[in-house]
Design a protein around this ligand. Sequence first.
Ligand code: ADP
Ligand code: ZN
Length: 652
Amino acid sequence: MVWPNAFCVPARPPPPRICEAAINIPRQALVGFACYNIGVNPEETLKKRWGYDTFKPLQKEAIEAALSGRDCLVVLPTGGGKSLCYQMPAAMGRGLVLVVSPLIALMDDQVAAAREAGLAADALHSNLKVGPKREAYQNLANGTTELLYVSPERLLTGDLYELIAPRLILAAVDEAHCVSHWGHEFRPEYRRLTEALDLFPKAARMALTATATPIVQEDIRTQLALRDPEILIGHPDRPNLIYRAFPRRDQSKQVLEVVRRHPGEGGIVYAQTRKDVERLAASLKKEGVSSAPYHAGLNAEERRSAQDNFVNERLDVIVATIAFGMGIDRSNVRYVVHANTPRSVEHYQQESGRAGRDGLPADCTLLFSAADLATHRWMAKKDVTLSAERERALEKQLRDIGRYAVAPVCRHGQLASHFSAPYPVVPQAAEGCGACDVCLGETKGLSDEEALLTAKKVLSAAWRAEGRYGTGYVVNLLLGRINDRMTANGHDLLKVFGLLKEAGEPAVRSWIDQLIVQDYLEVTEDNEYPLLRITAEGKALCQDKGTVRLGLPVPPKAVKKKAKAFQKAEKAGVTFLEADKELFEKLRALRRSVADKKGIPPYVICHDTVLIEMAAAKPRSLEALRGMKGMGEKRIEKYGQLFLDVIAGGGF
Ligand code: ADP
Ligand code: ZN
């Protein structure tokens, strides 16, 4: 797959084929909804059902491909609006749309959300209770189902064929990267999906994923046997996410700083091990933060209740290992903190991507330490011997995420380039994303000369220590801290002793990390203690062979000015800062109470964006509500008056 051609533009217009499957719709299937839907175009349906005026990038192309019976592959980042691509053909009443999804835990919420938009949606999976299951079968038999979610296992049992085949126009495979060994969530049952899909040769296929690596895309095409598919690849950038990466100094303190910036808002803190999770969760609890831990060591009930409370907004912060996340669709997660370095850039993109699904600004902060990379290495090799190829892949992943975290280079730009996408997204856009620590001036890159000079100082200390000491010793050497060992070795007499005294410990530690990920230093574990050693590249750099990049967080005082300026810019572009915060909270409480009564998550009723707009615009009539983004007719019918009452000053 070549980026520039595929990027953001449909490869070519759909061929003038009419959907054969649609022609085969039995008469009875058209009764009831056909007159209401058929003939309505996608734009009208978008407004009517979802309350949106325009499509997000590539949605229309995907919908048109499906409606004309063409297979397609849709790669859009989280929050890019993938569900609408298959929900719209269902909403237009041309027949049945099947959605295969591995996330059973999410399915009921997805069905609820589709129903909120007025779709006749059902799900079939192993966790379904008897009542809803009977109803789903009844609806299928009556030919009234527009959208059916199934788990791969359920589809593969084969007994749905008779019910589905006559009306099926589209089979959508969500989380399609699960079909690939190269993806990060391979599922064997996905490999068998083609067997089932082949039973419906007339239905178009739509594969959807947020993973953009070319090798995974190729695998999806082959494994799902997509037939001359239209390839629709969106840009992976998430402009509403503000990425930051800082050296880790004091984990609990740095995490708390981020949490404190978001009182009462939803956030996820990712940590590396269960122990880290427990420790951080306890420290947040102690500070009075509404939070809970989540990791594989807790029992199923504890995990379920933490997840439910978080999704239903009874809990602000989840502190978790990566065991948490698949199946979290809460759209108003306002921040994700990585208290430890994630395993790869792909993992980072996915985990941080759980923030800001509603499109509003959200913070993603990564606290980096080179020690985390060693822990990942250790965890990967703990129980298995890795093949040489797997080991190389692991080392590359660790190096890439390390570089991402320490290079003083625009984070949005780095992520885009990791996924081979151009950045800035619009080539003529001004430099600097305005939404990362580097572009906001919170991390400063040293000039080339300064970086080289500093690197040489650090490297010569490591060279002098001859790989016989740990990082702490080299730090002390550079800071000129005398101790018995230092004097016994005569190292206090070296020229490098105290060479970086002025810089201070956090800077020196961070530079050492930065030199490790650039391969100028390495940590060896031949001994029972990790030892810091200069590499051949490091020695070459000392002789001016090679280039180096070093950066440093700017002291908070200097940052404040810039951050304020940014806030102002945010204010101009984003309505929620102007919104009546108190009214917003009241509307949020109303939404929570309605959701509780219905037993669905609050975000299914509507997103924060809708509440924010309401709080700012204070509509007084149903007519005024109708003009608001995200309020389709069904939602207005169900909740419009409740919202209006609260806006008018009433309770609920
Ligand atoms: P994905 O599955 O790609 O992560 P979703 O389908 O969950 O994304 O959609 C993300 C959000 O974008 C949802 O809140 C959805 O309602 C919203 N959305 C989808 N299409 C549009 C659109 N055309 N205009 C505005 N918002 C949209
Ligand atoms: Zn930037």
